[in-house]
Design a protein around this ligand. Structure first.
Ligand SMILES: Cc1cc2nc3c(=O)[nH]c(=O)nc-3n(C[C@H](O)[C@H](O)[C@H](O)COP(=O)(O)O)c2cc1C
Length: 177
């Protein structure tokens, strides 16, 4: 069995919660990106990296990938969590913009819907999110009662432990190879 490690960057707790659910299912450790940077490079054979989505980008992904490019022979698996519903066009666009065509096959990516936690946000993020939420409210109103866009004017939590199962299955198949 290969050694697996989960690394996360989380501002308000959603990516951290997902990292912990994944680590529990795979019986491995979940560490913050900061902790991971201090760990020896031979920490794991498979590294799962996850972060929140901010302004259409996975937080910390670029820095993580730069570090990993200097550590050869490791398989990476990625996840992200945001407010967008998992079947939305925004999530498809996120996958395309985050991974180039060349490494898409080599970089399994999973998206889990999270939520918003205004209480845990810093002043800047809270102010920005309030602005964004107004635009989202307009979009919701245009779509009518069938809309799947969440009400972003308040905190909510759509995260679920069940969402991580496809990622867990993928990592199990990789670690059995
Ligand atoms: C300033 C700001 C920008 C955000 N931008 C996006 C976005 O572009 N797409 C999205 O789906 N969610 C967006 N979100 C929502 C976060 O991705 C969501 O709250 C996520 O679950 C946070 O994860 P974390 O607490 O682990 O960092 C944004 C939130 C804030 C505060």
């Amino acid at each position: 069995m290969k050694k697996v490690l989960v690394v996360y960057q989380s501002k308000t707790g959603f990516a951290e919660q997902y990292a912990q659910w994944i680590a529990q299912a795979l019986d491995c450790k979940a560490v913050s990106y900061k902790e991971w940077k201090k760990m020896p490079p031979d920490d794991a054979d498979i590294v799962i990296y996850g972060g929140g989505v901010y302004a259409g980008q996975i937080r910390g992904l670029r820095a993580f990938r730069e570090t990993m490019s200097r550590r050869s022979g490791k398989q990476c698996v990625y996840f992200a969590t945001g407010v967008a519903p998992s079947d939305s066009e925004k999530v498809r666009a996120l996958a395309v913009s985050s991974f180039s065509e060349l490494d898409r096959n080599d970089a399994p990516f999973f998206y889990f819907q999270g939520g918003l936690n205004y209480e845990n946000m810093g002043f800047f993020d809270r102010s920005l999110m309030k602005l964004v939420s107004r635009a989202m409210t307009k979009e919701r109103e245009m779509q009518g009662p069938e809309t799947r866009i969440p009400d972003a004017t308040r905190s909510f939590d759509y995260s679920s432990e069940q969402f991580v199962q496809p990622l867990v299955d993928k990592v199990r198949s990789l670690s059995a190879r």
